[in-house]
Design a binder for this molecule. Structure first.
Ligand SMILES: [Zn+2]
Length: 445
């Protein structure tokens, strides 16, 4: 993950109130951040002590706040978050849609959607996105184009299709499936050969697959096959994420060596111990990435709006309850806790990342500083990119966002950043297309 070959204009942000996104929630008033022509942070310190070199574009951030660009550790980029009309989600139409997405025209369509989704997230301050379940390799391709400097975009860590069992969560739309060890190995290798930088497993079923209450957490992939996947991915230096929505599914994924548990549930003592010290994981620990925004609408909104059947609704309540318990257990047991939005799911737009932080604070019990940490330094550490981005320190990529109000006072300050810097490139007053009908619903939660 280099900053590519593009050369940026050197930038100085002066007189800023710096929020570094550390666990302590520190605040550094009257700070200057210097960004060099390679898009890297070259100095950070008190405005009075830092000389701005001649020829540097200066942004006076008096009364403004500068923080690390947000990292979205759980995203999908294939759709924009608006609900699909009911007639489009019948099994027959799904089969046609699947055939289309794997045609040449479909792949071009997906690349276009992916690019616009990534740029929308960037324009709301998300400078790094990990995708965890894509129809094909379109996120790999778009990420490559951004790395080569073909257009400005966030850093993309793409998973490609997730790995599941036949008929399992995400199959067949966004998954490669297998049951035996050899095909499982073939699938993970296929993703790695396509250049993915993340691997995603469906360890359990999900809310939308629900056939009865509790079904969402039903274990799907065997621990032995998850172990094969972790081994292959870790050999390539790639971290593994697992969709897991029950205590049982979480323990088996952690034992297999999974590095991040997505969504989560109430944790057993064994799970807590494995998060803290996981000998099979790539770096000796595992982390939780909750995704409240994907779940809350199904619980909070009337079924006439969500279109969910009563079983899916009951499962969503069950999953949300477990997810909230899991979050509290992470806070109580010093388990790394990240932030992901599950963007592209219904009601999860690409510009609403701030809402996930808001929900983590109001529903999950995180302090605003803890939520900001999860979305910045915490996620950087969890995704293994802390040497590259996620903090405002010399040598890191200048992935930054500037807000007019203090997000530690009101997290909604993140909703419309006054500027975003991506690898040192400044985007002034970024704008995005919004869907007011969705925001009106979410504002009531
Ligand atoms: Zn997801």
């Amino acid at each position: 993950m280099t900053s590519g070959t593009t050369v940026a204009e050197p930038v100085a942000i002066t007189h800023a109130t710096l929020l570094p996104g550390d666990l302590a929630g520190s605040v550094r008033p009257r700070t200057t951040v210097l960004v060099d022509a390679h898009g890297l942070i070259s100095a950070v310190g008190p405005t009075d002590e830092i000389d701005v070199p001649p020829g540097t574009r200066t942004i006076d951030a008096t009364h403004r706040f500068v923080l690390p660009g947000l990292i979205n550790a759980h995203a999908h980029l294939f759709s924009d978050g608006r609900p699909l009309p009911a007639f489009l989600v019948s099994p027959r139409v799904e089969r046609l849609a699947l055939a289309f997405l794997h045609s040449a025209l479909g792949r071009r369509y997906l690349r276009g959607r992916t690019k616009s989704a990534a740029i929308t997230q960037m324009n709301t301050g998300v400078t790094t996105i990990r995708s965890v379940g894509d129809p094909g390799y379109e996120v790999v391709e778009v990420g490559g184009a951004i790395e080569r400097g073909q257009y400005l975009g966030p850093r993309l860590i793409a998973s490609g299709p997730l790995l599941a069992i036949p008929g399992g969560h995400g199959a067949p739309q966004i998954a490669l499936t297998a049951t035996d060890a050899e095909s499982t190995r073939t699938n993970v290798r296929r993703n790695l050969q396509h250049g993915v930088k993340a691997i995603k497993i469906s360890a359990t079923a999900g809310v939308t697959d629900a056939k009865e209450i509790g079904y969402a957490g039903r274990p799907e992939m065997s621990e032995a096959n998850m172990r094969i996947i972790c081994h292959e991915a870790h050999e390539a230096g790639v971290l593994v994420a697992a969709h897991a929505q029950s205590g049982e599914g979480i323990v088996s994924a952690l034992r297999a060596g999974v590095d991040t548990i997505e969504h989560g549930a109430e944790l057993s003592d064994e799970a807590i111990a494995l998060f803290q010290h996981n000998p099979e994981s790539l770096r000796g620990f595992s982390a939780l990435i909750p995704t409240l925004m994907a779940c809350l609408p199904l619980v909070k909104l009337d079924r006439s709006i969500t279109g969910a059947n009563p079983v899916a609704r009951a499962n969503a309540e069950w999953v949300l309850d477990g997810m909230l318990r899991g979050i509290r257990q992470c806070l109580d047991n010093d388990i790394p806790l990240g932030m992901g939005t599950d963007s592209a799911l219904t009601f999860v737009t690409h510009y609403n990342t701030w809402r996930e932080l808001d929900f983590l604070i109001r529903y999950g019990g995180l302090s605003p500083a803890r939520a900001l940490h999860a979305a910045t330094q915490g996620n950087a550490h969890i995704l293994g990119i802390e040497q590259v981005t996620g903090a405002i320190e010399e040598g890191r990529a200048a992935d930054l966002l500037i807000t007019d109000a203090d997000p530690l006072d009101d997290i909604r300050a993140l909703a419309r950043p006054s500027a975003v810097l991506v690898r040192g490139r400044v985007i002034d007053s970024p704008v995005v297309e919004e869907f007011p009908e969705i925001d009106r619903l979410l504002d009531d939660f």
